[in-house]
Design a protein around this ligand. Sequence first.
Ligand SMILES: [Zn+2]
Ligand SMILES: [Zn+2]
Length: 489
Amino acid sequence: MECQRCHVSGRKPATVNSRKERFCDECFINFVSIKQRKQMMKDEFFRNLFKVVYPLDQKESIGKILLPLSPSDSGSLVMLDIVHDLLLEQLKQHNNHTGFTVDVLTIFTEENFPVVRERMESLVKEKMLELNKTSNIYKVHFININEFFNSTSEVSSLIIDDGNFEIFTKSRSVGGGNRLTLDEISGEYCLNNSSRTDLTSIMKVQLIKHFAYENGNNAIMWGHSMTKLSEVIISLVVKGKGSQIATFLDTESFDNLDDKPCNYKNLYPMKDLLSVEIESFLQIKNLAKYLINAEETNSKPSCSVTKNPSPSLDKQKLVKNMTINEITNKYFQDIQNDYSNIISTVLRTADKLTEPISNMIKPSKCQICQSKIYSNPSDWLDRITVTSPYPIETNEEEYLFKQWQDSKLGQSHTHYMQLLGEIKNDNDGSNKDDKLCYGCLILLNTSIKDKNLIWPKVNTMNGLVNSTNNDRELSQILEQFEINSDLEE
Ligand SMILES: [Zn+2]
Ligand SMILES: [Zn+2]
């Protein structure tokens, strides 16, 4: 089988088979790069951001891009690789000048820190360092996910009244010793994996956006493939967060954080690529070594001609143990080779959505995920739900009720009622505007212990940019990184 894109005179053997076309390595790399670059040049704003503007050496004409790099996400790594090649080209063509600089931001947890550091170190040494020798194009930042709690000065204790779905909150300031951590949130508050993943990803997104805000970036480049975007879209619908889709996909407006206007727009440069194509790109360019779980990555479905073995049955999770994200992920992974048009249809349809019309008197934001609220979910749920219990009438019912009260379930209910009473009592009405979006309200009501969650007040978030530099061990790599680049100048 030969590549269908090579020049007729010297067709190379095909290695990749995608969208009913056969590619050799080289033509496939081109195909993927062009798709990404097209998105990076999609409108005037982004064109001006990425291109080299003359006269040179004008600081304000150099775009400042934030590229969140997750060591377990192939998309972000492929994106970086293509950006890297673009930068190399610009340096060559424009006498050592580039149109933009890149802040690479990696969020780590205590657990994966050693391996994240090792992978990033090799990436820095093998790729980025070379570019920084000529001009300081890359900056590398690491943030501990617990900075989500450390960088805020106030937290709210949120609870749902299960009688009428109203939210009650109690705020307090936090300092030094009484900080929460991700482990505590997922161990003590979350009742299942779905809520764990949801809250973790809310933390990551908030950290990235706040970093971009503080750091003065002009764009955040998200590594979502078409497949990943469709997964997110369907997951949002399933979780009752469909009203957020339009804002999530918006690449035309400047972002908004706690009603502060931002200088950056969001961009999804990989949105024309399927995740199987990203995995094949990764294999061809031998990039998997920079990722955590490289073996796992190597066995992910791709569109390479030499198909990799599909994961054995015992490795596949039971559906009931999967999170909503994993279920939608599996669905799109399964269909993308033969029915990739479904994926593009999901994305094209979602792209046409606009923000819903709000019927709120005062504009509000969700206290957990920070999304805009268009109609109060508490009122609506209260209208459609009967929550008052049927009164006890017979001795048998009385006996069964006692038994339930003494059970684990009953005890936890008693605890919940006490907590609700306390927070309601302390609530002096000043927090009346604290609201949750429908999705987070359901999450709190069904997947969080005692329907009560302590969550940082994101509008008090501050000092993220500094916290990245304070990390002792990581700053050593960075120093080394900077010293090396200085020496060569
Ligand atoms: Zn070819
Ligand atoms: Zn929410």
